[in-house]
Write a protein that binds this ligand. Sequence first.
Ligand code: UDP
Length: 570
Amino acid sequence: MISENGLKVLERRYLAKNEEGKLIETPEGLFKRVSSFIASADKIYEPDKDISELEKKFYDIMYNLDFLPNSPTLMNAGRELGQLSACFVLPVEDSMEGIFDAIKHAAIIHKSGGGTGFSFSRLRSKGSSVNSTGGVASGPISFMKVFNSATEAVKQGGVRRGANMGILRVDHPDILEFIQCKKNDKEITNFNISVGITEKFMEAVEKDEEYELIEPHTKKVKGKLKAREVFDLIVDMAWNNGEPGIIFLDRMNRDNVVPELGEIESTNPCGEQPLLPFESCNLGSINLVNCIKDNGIKKEIDFDKLGDLVDTAVHFLDNVIDVNKYPLEKIDEMTKKTRKIGLGVMGFADMLINLGIPYDSEDAIETAESVMSFINERSKQASAKLAELRGAFPAFEKSIYANKSMKLRNATTTTIAPTGTISIIAGVSSGIEPLFAVSFIRNVMDNDELPEVNPLFEKVAKERGFYSVELMRKIAKMGSVRHIEEIPEDVRRVFATAHDIDPIWHIRMQAMFQKYTDNAVSKTVNFRKEATREDVREVYMLAYKLGCKGVTIYRDGSRESQVLNIGAVN
Ligand code: UDP
């Protein structure tokens, strides 16, 4: 059953409306539209196949909220726009034509609900010469501002807010300006920014050495900086307001399945999907709350159901690639060479609560390992099964899998998405994040306020007889239940919220999911307001050591407008 909040979200942007803005589609209608359109891709491979059974299967997993594809698929499948992917990476070449082509392409993608990532690392630095005009270059950050304004203008007309990721390599001569470009959080608001960190740089940080800045268009050394000073500046800015994040470029490229096709230099806006230039990827997430069974003694993970869902979801996501309307010919071509899909999860924290496992415990880390290793392995088997009929992804022979006996239909199968909107539709905790608060006010899209008390908590409180209106108020105000004595100890442990959880557990959880995820993991490491720069630094170092592909942190209260607010009473 879709919750009231879920319905509100669907009504606002997802369900079809007529010219007067009146709804002409029900949620059932939406799932019908999406399932029959996505199932129709099977006809490409088996023209005579009766796809009604498959349509029903796709319909059921969405209707039961067991699985949801990313928002653009829900919004656009079977409709005129027809663009179904959330994630794109576009190249930005070091020329006027290249830069403005990228802006145009991004605008087209934003219009359809997709997000774009860019590396600005190829742009020559500020003040370097421009041969054709004899003038001087204005540098990557000034162009980022142009991208930002273009996004701002397109924003209102699109199906949702356009989102961008901007990356600059740590060895770019303009890196210091880049690190500080969002110091004022009213600047470049349509971008998340991340510094592209190299292993060479991290070694220099560890040894307290200088490292070289390289001018991208000449490849000449333009200067040197002390690695620790740069690292400390990144930490300081992130502590200040959460930006920039960092991504580990070498780590990402070690997982580049087809290095011959190009180098990974950027991710999509929320960081979970590293892609080659012009590649796109569609995502989908399994609702883990619906994969629990009671064996008569206790609750446990229902791996049979989970396995079936993975099989159907992989089939679904592979079909999306074929019926997607790509915004550019070049994107169509690149996407179909690797056929990347990103299957992930939502409701992980809710699942832990149902199983009685605190998020910040070894038990939780082990649960993450058993769930994600299972999904990753099973999704490869499902992809291999599709390859038997449909063939391996076209770049397979050039890929790192070429000599393996198992052919794969998809170069990657797993990604942990933020599930910002689809988790609201499903009514569960987002992605692999812990609960933000047991009671809170969530500002989603267009500043609408949706007050919420965690339904699992309300249920437990009523069952165990400690529910009272005053107590719920108190919790809303404090944001956490950990220190409220009238609540039983075990309940306090299990209903851990993001700020109760030590940042080290956040990063350990991210690292465990990353271990079994082909692409990357969307995760925000939440810090309390009192956290120090040293705390942030420690988490960055740990993320690097544990093999994460990037880190995003956020210290409570460090931005004027936060998406989620603790302590806000309904
Ligand atoms: N995204 C976007 N604009 C938004 C939200 C998301 O472009 O307002 C893109 C972005 O690439 C992000 C991806 O969609 O990384 C997945 O985000 P999420 O899982 O939150 O999307 P959902 O499917 O839940 O809407």
